[in-house]
Design a protein around this ligand. Structure first.
Ligand SMILES: Nc1ncnc2c1ncn2[C@@H]1O[C@H](COP(=O)(O)OP(=O)(O)OP(=O)(O)O)[C@@H](O)[C@H]1O
Length: 264
């Protein structure tokens, strides 16, 4: 079980008053959490999108985040990634974190391996990128230009770029959203395997209830600016989509999301 794999986590705060800094007095969260969010609020133009939200993610835990469009999932993810600091409340995350978005965001003028190393501190060697690309099954495209990659390959390159950071927390914002159904299944399987091998915590934002039940230890539903519901996925891995319990959990979550299954 991946939850047995616990990496040491050095939580670091993300807040307006204290950007990532080991000296911050807010670095007092116990190392038993990969993410700790307390009283988080974020407004846009006076309209609260996140409103006094609490969240805890354990080291090595795979958490999926569902919620209707516009409920604030990506906003929460961006805050956890440290990309949005205009917040109230406390956010503690490990220093080693990485994010992958729905759009792979590769620099077209850099070869794939250089994209993978982009933004890494120091002078990482090509071999670091090669190993990560091998891990995601893209070793044969190390020297390719991004524009020659398929959608699925570009998404793998984006994942490799996240993995070279050796994250304790991997933040995924609908990483499979733009992929065709078959490529998506392969990519989901890959993420599940990488997570089990790496033992990092994952927070996956998705619209796909089945994907959430397939991959996550725990599925959260966001509504009205808070985590309104959570479902623990008590299924062994690898998960069997034909298991009646799988269907039950899927139905429960669809119900929470206000989706009528009969019209699905
Ligand atoms: N920079 C911004 N300025 C103003 N409003 C914003 C900004 N970013 C997000 N919002 C608003 O905040 C709300 C939440 O957006 P967010 O992208 O977090 O939703 P989401 O749940 O990820 O949606 P989706 O599932 O459609 O991707 C939306 O109403 C959006 O318009």
């Amino acid at each position: 079980m991946a939850t047995d794999v616990h990496r040491p986590v050095t939580p670091s705060p993300v807040s307006p008053a204290s950007p990532d800094s080991p000296d911050s007095p807010e670095t007092t969260v116990d190392a038993g959490s990969a993410v700790r969010v307390e009283g988080l609020s974020r407004s846009f133009d006076g309209r609260p999108v996140i409103d006094n939200l609490q969240l805890d993610v354990q080291p090595g835990e795979f958490v999926a985040l569902l919620g209707r469009s516009g409920c604030g999932k990506s906003t929460l993810l961006r805050i956890l990634a440290g990309l949005d600091r205009d917040i109230e409340g406390t956010v503690l995350v490990p220093r080693r974190k990485a994010v992958a978005f729905q759009a792979p965001r590769l620099m077209p003028w850099k070869r794939v391996w250089r994209n993978v190393l982009l933004g890494l501190p120091g002078k990482p060697e090509r071999g670091v990128a090669e190993r990560a690309l091998e891990e995601v099954g893209l070793g044969h495209r190390t020297d390719a230009w991004p524009k020659t990659l398929s959608g699925g390959e570009a998404q793998r390159a984006s994942l490799a770029r996240a993995l070279v950071r050796e994250p304790d927390l991997l933040l995924l914002d609908e990483p499979f959203g733009a992929l065709d159904a078959l490529t998506r299944i392969t990519a989901q399987r890959l993420v599940g395997e990488l997570w089990q091998q790496r033992g990092c915590a994952v927070l996956l934002v998705t619209h796909d209830v089945e994907e959430a039940v397939l991959l996550a230890d725990r599925v959260l539903v966001m509504d009205d600016g808070v985590i309104a519901h959570e479902t623990r996925i008590d299924l062994d891995r690898p998960r069997d989509l034909t298991d009646p319990r799988f269907a039950e959990l899927r139905a429960e979550l669809l119900n929470r999301l206000g989706v009528d299954e009969s019209s699905h």
